[in-house]
Design a protein around this ligand. Structure first.
Ligand code: MG
Length: 268
């Protein structure tokens, strides 16, 4: 075989490998989220008695085909990112305890205390429908540590190529600003409820994820959000009447401990 022929074969094989590699990477990232507005709050935990924020509750939200599954991120004394709602785990203060000490204790279903890495890996496996709604809890040890938690969370999401699946939420506006600084493509929603949709738009925040009472007090914000293309999300909506009201007003997301009930309503 001539040198020219060998070179041509080599070039063709290289191009082929490049194309197949690009296609695979793209298909891994491609998502088509469920068209319902249901975000399972701390995963779909309640009906099956799973622990809140467990991988079991995340997997159940994915199995139910919720459009999102929410969870809470905190950081241990030795800088491990873990999933837990309360600042304490088994009476130990998370921010002042190492991961090794905390992980001696299991969740009520026998799961180990999940790290953010484990949680994200479970969330991206065989899942194209359910967004990962990642709440960054502010640090009790100061603003700067909160921003560091944000930075480290975003870096991990990027490393695992989970950015298109992830929505960042926080009660701390500066944490969300840090998220956007680290990854301008990140999708963020603010939880605390005092900013108008116009203010969120000006700051590059994609969504208003407020307690439903905030929208009752400020009914004009629903139209204002639609005008400025701010995503509307409300928490934590567990009763049928409030669900009906938010569905009627066309909320993009509704965060609930009762995802089965809300899914049932959206099917009617
Ligand atoms: Mg939360």
């Amino acid at each position: 075989m001539s040198f020219r022929k060998v070179s041509m074969i080599f070039i063709c094989v290289s191009i082929g490998m490049l194309i197949s590699c690009t296609t695979t990477r793209k298909s891994n990232r491609s998502t088509k989220f469920a068209s319902n507005p249901v975000v399972a709050h701390r995963g779909a935990f309640k009906k099956n008695g799973f622990p809140e924020n467990s991988i079991a509750s995340l997997k159940e939200a994915i199995r139910l085909k919720c459009t999102g599954s929410e969870f809470d991120v905190r950081m241990t004394a030795d800088d491990s990112l873990i999933i837990n709602h309360d600042p304490h785990f088994n009476k130990l203060e998370i921010e002042k305890t190492t991961y090794a000490e905390l992980s001696q204790y299991k969740l009520s279903n026998g799961e180990k205390l999940p790290t953010l890495r484990e949680y994200l890996l479970a969330g991206i496996a065989d899942n194209k429908l359910t967004r990962l709604v990642l709440e960054i809890k502010p640090s009790g040890l100061g603003k700067e540590r909160g921003k560091r938690i944000a930075e480290r969370s975003v870096e991990l999401v990027k490393e695992l190529e989970a950015t298109p699946m992830t929505v960042y939420i926080s009660f701390d506006y500066d944490i969300l600003k840090k998220v956007i600084e680290v990854d301008p493509k990140a999708s963020t929603q603010y939880l605390n409820g005092e900013k108008s949709p116009e203010q969120l738009k000006a700051d590059g925040i994609a969504g208003a994820d407020y307690h439903f009472s905030v929208f009752k007090k400020n009914p004009g914000w629903i139209e204002e959000a639609k005008k400025y293309k701010i995503i509307l999300n409300a928490w934590t909506v567990n009763d049928a009447e409030t669900m009906d009201w938010l569905l009627k007003d066309g909320f993009d997301f509704i965060t609930t401990n009762e995802p089965e009930l809300l899914l049932e309503k959206t099917r009617k």
